[in-house]
Design a protein around this ligand. Structure first.
Ligand SMILES: Cc1cc2nc3c(=O)[nH]c(=O)nc-3n(C[C@H](O)[C@H](O)[C@H](O)COP(=O)(O)O)c2cc1C
Length: 196
């Protein structure tokens, strides 16, 4: 089948959707970059139909949430070494602590996924000694669901509206690359082939 811009875009979106569901998928843990030039690995939780949102979970106390707030440019970079496909995305990020998306994500999270939000010091906070900052009684066991309830105030979602997607497929012959952009979420994508 001939490669078309439409088929490449559809393939990229379904690859991200699969990656969000499969924790063994290479694109399950992309790099997320913020406007300060910093970057970090985060678990991709959902890629919506049409890529209007990528959803990540994070701790409200971490520096990136203040940086992103209600709107900031965010980059997302993922690579699948098996298929040799790189996806570079840019979009508008926003943090939601409460609301239907964050509430549903918290409700679906099991006790062991909620555990990290019980840490006494938030991500990137300074500690007097090496460690996870979890309370002593939770160092060696998962909390019960009831025990995780106070952690809800530390939990939030990062939602990224993707405005630009760059797809690169490496091959021995050199590869193929395409870029898709749109002015706002839900606007039609404009695609173009690029030199790799
Ligand atoms: C495999 C892996 C998965 C991670 N998943 C997340 C995640 O889903 N959300 C998150 O906030 N941090 C996650 N982290 C930790 C971040 O990379 C980072 O250390 C932390 O969020 C603090 O970042 P900040 O100081 O930029 O806010 C993950 C790290 C690794 C290695």
């Amino acid at each position: 089948m001939d490669l078309t811009l439409d088929s490449v875009l559809a393939e990229a979106i379904s690859r991200l959707q699969l990656a969000a569901r499969d924790r063994h998928h290479a694109m399950h843990t992309p790099v997320v970059a913020t406007p300060d030039g910093d970057m970090r690995i985060m678990v991709l939780r959902e890629a919506s139909e049409g890529l209007s949102t990528l959803r990540f979970h994070t701790d409200l106390r971490s520096p990136k949430t203040a940086l992103i707030g209600q709107g900031a440019p965010v980059g997302v970079l993922a690579y699948d070494p098996v298929d040799r496909v790189q996806l570079r995305m840019r979009g508008e990020g926003r943090i939601e602590q409460y609301g239907s998306i964050a509430d549903a994500a918290w409700d679906r999270a099991n006790a062991s996924s909620r555990r990290c939000y019980l840490a006494g010091t938030g991500p990137s906070g300074v500690l007097a000694a090496p460690g996870s900052a979890l309370p002593d009684h939770l160092l060696h066991r998962a909390p019960t669901l009831d025990e995780t309830l106070p952690a809800r105030e530390n939990f939030c979602v990062l939602l990224v509206e993707v405005r630009s997607l760059d797809w690169l497929h490496l091959t021995h012959e050199g590869g193929t690359r395409a870029r898709f952009t749109r002015s706002q979420a839900n606007a039609p994508w404009q695609g173009a082939w690029l030199a790799p």
